[in-house]
Design a protein around this ligand. Structure first.
Ligand SMILES: Nc1ccn([C@@H]2O[C@H](COP(=O)(O)OP(=O)(O)OP(=O)(O)O)[C@@H](O)[C@H]2O)c(=O)n1
Ligand SMILES: C[C@](O)(CO)[C@H](O)COP(=O)(O)O
Length: 376
C-alpha cells in the first residue's frame, strides 16, 4: 500500500505564545516542525501544509527531506483539504494526517494506525480518559460525568485516501479533526492505542514537556576533525569559504580550505563514515582546485540522509597570521549558509601556538573542529 503523510502546519499557534508560530520554535535543538517531519520521514511522500508567510521557516525545517510544501487555509479543515487536493494529482492509497504540533509522535503509534487501515477505512490513536470528569461554574463543581467510553483524540489520523478526500470535499466549514469529517461522511474509524508522549504543543508549558520527551529518545553523536595545510607562495588563503589576503597561499589538491576540511571530517567522524579522503580521494583529478564547500555539503547531506540534524559546530584555526578575528563574522555567515544552520550554531575562533611548532614558525595553518549531531 502506498502511504503519504499530510502534516498540517498552517496555524498561528496563538495559545503557545512566543515570537514565532509554535511549529517554527526550537525545542531540543531543532524546530518543532523538523522533529515532526523526521518522525514521519520513513514514509515515501510528505506534504507539509503551511501559511503563506512561513515558506522560509518551512524550507529550513524540511531541508534534505522529500517534502512538498502546500499553502493552507483559514482553519484546520481547510488546510487538510488543501493538502489532500495537492496529493490527488497522484493519489496514494492511504494518508496519515498529522498535526505539526505533535513532534513526539513515535513509530509504534504511526505503524498501529497504518496497520489498522487494512481492516477499516479510518483509524486514529486515542487514550481512554482515566481521571474523573466534572462540570464546573464560577470555580465550583456543579456535577460529575461518566468517563466510561470517553477518549482523548490524537493524530496521526489515517484514512483510505479516496474516502477522506471525498469526505473533506463534502464537509462544509471547520471540524475538530479528520475523524469528525470522516464520521460525518459515514466512515467507520477504528481506535488504536495512543501514547501519553504524543502531546500536542498547545500552551507555553508544553514546550518543556516536549523537550524532555525528545531529549530522552535522542541519539547524540560528537565528531572531531583535524587538518593541516602548508604554506606556498601566493597572495591569499581560503579559510571557511572566505578569501583572506595574505603574503602566502595554502598548498593542497583542492582549494586547501583547512577550516572547511576539519568541519567536514568532524561530520564524517560523528557518522562513523571515514574521512574526507575516502569520499573525495586526492588521487581523483576532478577535485583539483575544487571549492571545499562541495565536501562540506556532501557531509551535511549524508548526515541528513542518515536522519541526523546538526546541532552546532565549533572550529579553532591555529596560526600566527593572517589574523582571523576581522574575518570571523564573514566566515561564520558562510559556514552557516553552506550547512543551512542558524549562525548562532556556528562558532569560529582562532589561536596562535605562541610561536611554537610548525604553526608558530608560520609553515602552515592547522584547524580543529567539533560537531554535534542529533537524531530523535
Ligand atoms: N488554519 C489552520 C489552523 C491550524 N492548522 C494546524 O492544525 C493543527 C492543530 O491546531 P492547533 O494546535 O489548534 O494549532 P494552531 O491553530 O496553530 O494553534 P492556536 O489555536 O493556539 O492558534 C496544527 O498543526 C496547526 O498548524 C492548520 O494547518 N491550518
Ligand atoms: C486534531 C487534534 O489534534 C486532535 O486532538 C485536535 O483536535 C486539534 O487541535 P485543537 O487544539 O483542538 O484545535
Amino acid at each position: 500500500m502506498s502511504t503519504a503523510a499530510l502534516i498540517v502546519a498552517a496555524g498561528r499557534g496563538s495559545r503557545a505564545g512566543g515570537e514565532l508560530p509554535k511549529q517554527w520554535q526550537v525545542v531540543a535543538g531543532q524546530p518543532v516542525a523538523r522533529w515532526t517531519l523526521l518522525a514521519l520521514s520513513h514514509l515515501p511522500r510528505i506534504v507539509l501544509v503551511i501559511h503563506p508567510d512561513d515558506r522560509d521557516f518551512a524550507e529550513n525545517a524540511a531541508r534534505g527531506l522529500p517534502v512538498a510544501l502546500v499553502l493552507g487555509g483559514a482553519d484546520r479543515a481547510a488546510s487538510v483539504r488543501a493538502g489532500l487536493e495537492a496529493l490527488s494529482d497522484d493519489p496514494p492509497q492511504l494518508v496519515l494526517i498529522h498535526d505539526v504540533a505533535r513532534p513526539c509522535i513515535d513509530r509504534v503509534t504511526i505503524d498501529a494506525v497504518e496497520t489498522a487501515l487494512r481492516d477499516a477505512p479510518g483509524a486514529a490513536p486515542a487514550l481512554p480518559v482515566t481521571d474523573a470528569l466534572w462540570t464546573g461554574a464560577d470555580g465550583v463543581v456543579t456535577g460529575t460525568r461518566d468517563r466510561q467510553g470517553l477518549f482523548r483524540a490524537q493524530t496521526p489520523q489515517g484514512f483510505r485516501f479516496a474516502d477522506i478526500l471525498d469526505a473533506h470535499r463534502r464537509n462544509a466549514g471547520d471540524a475538530a479533526d479528520d475523524v469528525a469529517v470522516a464520521r460525518a461522511a459515514g466512515m467507520t474509524v477504528a481506535i488504536v492505542p495512543g501514547s501519553e508522549q504524543n502531546l500536542k504543543i498547545t500552551g507555553p508549558e508544553d514546550f518543556s514537556r516536549a523537550a524532555r520527551i525528545l531529549e530522552t529518545g535522542m541519539d547524540i553523536r560528537l565528531g572531531n576533525g583535524f587538518d593541516v595545510h602548508a604554506f606556498e607562495p601566493g597572495d591569499h588563503v581560503t579559510l571557511c569559504g572566505i578569501q583572506v589576503p595574505h603574503d602566502r597561499a595554502l598548498k593542497g589538491h583542492s582549494d586547501a580550505d583547512v577550516g572547511l576540511h576539519a568541519i567536514t571530517d568532524a561530520i564524517y567522524g560523528a557518522l562513523a563514515q571515514g574521512d574526507i579522503g575516502r569520499h573525495f580521494p586526492p588521487s581523483d583529478p576532478q577535485w583539483k582546485g575544487a571549492a571545499s564547500d562541495i565536501f562540506l555539503r556532501h557531509a551535511v547531506d549524508l548526515a541528513r540522509e542518515m536522519g541526523f540534524g546538526i546541532s552546532n559546530v565549533d572550529l579553532t584555526l591555529i596560526c600566527e597570521r593572517p589574523k582571523i578575528g576581522p574575518h570571523a563574522p564573514a566566515m561564520i555567515a558562510r559556514v552557516a549558509a553552506i550547512m543551512a544552520l542558524d549562525e548562532s550554531r556556528v562558532s569560529i575562533k582562532a589561536t596562535t601556538s605562541e610561536r611554537l611548532g610548525f604553526t608558530g614558525r608560520e609553515e602552515g595553518i592547522a584547524a580543529l573542529a567539533t560537531v554535534a549531531l542529533v537524531r530523535a
